[in-house]
Design a binder for this molecule. Structure first.
Ligand SMILES: Nc1ncnc2c1ncn2[C@@H]1O[C@H](COP(=O)(O)OP(=O)(O)OP(=O)(O)O)[C@@H](O)[C@H]1O
Ligand SMILES: [Mg+2]
Length: 470
């Protein structure tokens, strides 16, 4: 091979060094080949000839390289004089990772090209590809977070997905709330979308270009809540911590303050919050000055505030102050008709985040309807993520894929015949019908055709009834 390196090396490289590097490449790679200016093979080593299944390397010398390796781009390298440092080449259904370099004579004229097969399968590149994908996902997440930061919110009203009567009523009230500057109280179980809705209302309100600031009352220790809300004046604390800190009220000035889990607020702070809301001003800790603030409050809780008022743990005057417009968000089990659109939206989002494929069949959706969703939409999202993670390539979620990931023994069963107050016959009949349909869906493991068979009705009648149940 030394005849390839007859030229003077620039940059002080010795011929020994160049040859040594060449030898390492030749040994470590899965094959090496060189061609002349006419792209005819002038050298090929044994490992490459073996890889090509071509037998004796000497037999190949002198033949046009394209005749031996149809997809090679060595002629292109000779032609342009530009190296192809990394490329994937197909040979006999095999994928080879190759590098190709031109070489020149003393006068700098390109007289041929040399190539090495770095890997004879893509396996060693898997960690690199996985890392690249991960970085790509991190980048997408960071971009999303930045966009959120720029706007203060991540959701608009369209992000509250649902077309059932219950969901439509939620959206109607949210639009009403957005148009007026009044306090709003969102009531709903965990995972029903209180945060989604609070951000949505802010983003379509007249304050949308002002900050949206959330405080999760349950997440802040009681003794820090006051400072969190109202801030700390300079010199309020002696000793090390002399910093001034703006409270959330001031940070939200001009915009919206989201009081999440407001039912978890200790009574003394309830009194201070009420005062701040009534007066429109706050007094930072350790200060004797009041600062005017202009915020619209959206409060949320999963607790039963009326019961808390009855047992003395929530102030009724604060309740009336916060509850000018109440938006009760129904739990998912009361709006199962939304499962289809919710899956559509959630899968779209999951696909984007995880960079996977994912669809759900009608039977898969029916299977989801057999569960009672204590964790609501958040739990639905988790179930879909789990099902997709466990699914085969292609990610088509059918009833089986769903049943595999639903918590065991959790299926909603028709309530036993317990004594109930007497109600209008139509209501009793509708409930009995809904229960019979649910029982049939459970028995058929979500298969609607089979469920319809069990009920003695047609599939279309079953669909019609399901769409009316919510
Ligand atoms: N109606 C909905 N449409 C689309 N996504 C929803 C909806 N409701 C909830 N989600 C999704 O479910 C998850 C939980 O929603 P969110 O945080 O708003 O619930 P929450 O009511 O504030 O719950 P918690 O009381 O536990 O804080 C989020 O990922 C959100 O995107
Ligand atoms: Mg929340």
């Amino acid at each position: 091979m030394s005849e390839l390196f007859t030229g003077n090396n620039k940059n002080g490289l010795t011929r020994e060094l160049v040859e040594a590097v060449f030898c390492i490449f030749e040994e470590a790679s899965a094959g090496g080949i060189a061609v002349d200016r006419d792209s005819r093979i002038i050298w090929i080593n044994k490992s490459y000839a073996d890889l090509l299944g071509a037998g004796d390397p000497a037999q190949l010398v002198g033949r046009p390289v394209r005749e031996v390796i149809p997809h090679t781009r060595m002629p292109e390298v000779v032609e342009t004089g530009k190296p192809l440092l990394l490329d994937i080449m197909e040979y006999n259904r095999q994928q080879l990772v190759v590098t190709r370099l031109p070489y020149s004579d003393d006068s700098g004229r390109i007289v041929g090209a040399v190539a090495f097969v770095l890997y004879d399968d893509l396996q060693p590149l898997t960690p690199m590809v996985a890392k690249y994908r991960r970085l790509h996902q991190d980048l997408a997440a960071a971009r999303k977070a930045l966009a959120k930061k720029a706007r203060g919110t991540r959701y608009n009203l369209g992000n509250f997905v649902g077309a059932s009567p219950g969901a439509l009523e939620v959206k109607r009230r949210a639009r009403l709330a957005a148009g007026r500057d009044m306090p709003v109280l969102l009531l709903g179980e965990t995972g029903t979308g209180k945060e989604v809705l609070a951000q949505g209302i802010h983003s379509v309100s007249g304050r949308s270009d002002q900050p949206f600031v959330g405080v999760n009352v349950a997440a802040v220790p009681d003794n820090l809540l006051e400072a969190e809300f109202f801030g700390v004046a300079p010199g309020a604390y002696t000793g090390a911590d002399r910093r001034t800190r703006d409270g959330k009220f001031r940070l939200a000035n001009g915009g919206t303050l989201f009081l999440d889990e407001v039912g978890d607020m200790p009574l003394p702070l309830q009194a201070k919050l009420l005062r701040a809301l009534q007066e429109g001003e706050v007094e930072p800790l350790g200060s004797n000055k009041v600062i005017p603030v202009d915020v619209r409050v959206i409060a949320a809780t999963s607790r039963n505030l009326e019961a808390m008022i009855a047992d003395g743990s929530f102030r009724s005057d604060l309740y009336y102050r916060l509850n000018v417009l109440e938006i009760p968000i129904p739990p998912l089990r009361e709006r199962l008709a939304d499962l289809g659109v919710l899956c559509e939206a959630l899968l779209g989002d999951i696909r984007e985040g995880l960079d996977v494929r994912g669809e759900i069949t009608d039977a898969g959706i029916a299977a989801l309807g057999s569960y009672d969703w204590p964790g609501n939409v958040r739990e639905l999202r988790n179930v879909l993520v789990r099902a997709l993670t466990m699914s085969e390539e292609g990610g088509l979620l059918d009833a089986d894929a769903i049943f595999k990931v639903l918590p065991k023994g959790s299926h909603r069963l028709p309530p036993a015949l317990i004594s109930r107050p007497v109600r209008p016959l139509a209501q009793t009949l509708a409930e009995a019908e809904a229960e019979a349909i649910e029982a049939a869906l459970v028995a058929s493991r979500g298969n609607r055709t089979r469920a319809a068979g069990l009920l003695g009705i047609s599939r279309s009648v079953l669909y019609d009834k399901l769409s009316k149940m919510s």
